[in-house]
Design a protein around this ligand. Structure first.
Ligand code: NAD
Length: 260
């Protein structure tokens, strides 16, 4: 379905991004991996994608807080694959704390990685997509792009902003075959969620098990985590040929969370 297309997935060394990279490759796309982690483990993932799916996979460790590294990432993918057709802006971090205790450097990092990097990625690839009359920009937002939770001020702000950016890119790309959509997952069991459990427990005065049951699973009427595979399948659909009229939208995949 995605043969002869080339994708960059930011933050694809772990969790949702890794699953999306695998699913895009399984559908025939060349994939540029990005993100932090152990060099040997990343190389194993990269080589595994090529072996399993018969596509080209590359890795670039651009730091999403650094615009010049983001531009170099897009250039490296263009050099490796000839073009960039699909961008998945997925890299993200979280920090959980009350506003009066929220570290300023965490606020700045969350806005830079979860929001501003999507602007730099899009800016670097947009002209090429418009010239070729094809592009798919998929922003991994969150249920927190639509509703708030206490103690996640920077994250909720970044994700709401990402949805605004999604709509603007959709309008600017609409006549050029370039779509832009946001996927809004509920809780997915990845390192990002596992790491926030102790801080949420502290902020809310709960045990970690209470956080899982009363905060995380309580948010989702299905009472279960969303899976990385479900998010990846939606990303593949949005990257594919049948989604050309789907643009500027937020697709919830949240077990019913924001329906309440
Ligand atoms: P994760 O921690 O498993 O993965 C995050 C990825 O981002 C990793 O590859 C990491 O190396 C990378 N990353 C972090 N900082 C970076 C930087 N400065 N530059 C480049 N890469 C960087 O987390 P995840 O849960 O898979 O999250 C992926 C995305 O999904 C995030 O945008 C997150 O906000 C969003 N999301 C997650 C959930 C969830 O419940 N897990 C829910 C909704 C939305």
């Amino acid at each position: 379905m995605l043969k002869n297309l080339a994708a960059i997935v930011t933050g694809s060394t772990s969790g949702i991004g890794l699953s999306i990279a695998d699913a895009l490759a399984a559908n025939g796309a060349d994939v540029m991996l990005n993100g932090f982690g152990d060099a040997g483990a990343i190389e194993k993932e990269r080589a595994g994608l090529e072996q399993r799916h018969g596509i080209k996979a590359r890795y670039n460790g651009a730091d999403m807080t650094k615009p010049e590294e983001i531009r170099a990432l897009v250039s490296a993918a263009t050099k490796a694959f000839g073009k960039v057709d699909i961008i998945v802006n997925n890299a993200g971090i979280q920090h959980v704390a009350p506003i009066e205790e929220f570290p300023e450097e965490k606020w700045d990092a969350i806005i830079a990685i979860n929001l501003t990097s999507a602007f730099h990625m899009t800016k670097a690839a947009f002209a090429g997509m418009k010239a070729r009359k094809f592009g798919r920009i998929i922003n991994i937002a969150s249920a927190h792009a639509l509703v708030a939770s206490p103690f996640k001020s920077a994250y909720v702000t970044a994700k709401h902003g990402l949805l605004g950016f999604t709509k603007t890119v959709a309008l600017e790309g609409a006549e050029f075959g370039v779509t832009c959509n946001a996927i809004c997952p509920g809780y997915v069991k990845t390192p990002l969620v596992e790491k926030q459990i102790p801080d949420t427990a502290k902020a809310r005065g709960m045990t970690e098990e209470e956080v899982v049951q009363k905060v995380i699973l309580e948010a989702q009427p299905t009472k279960k985590f969303v899976t990385v595979e479900d998010v990846a399948a939606l990303a593949v659909y949005l990257a594919g040929p049948n989604s050309s009229s789907m643009t500027g939208a937020a697709y919830q995949i949240d077990g019913g969370w924001v329906a309440k």
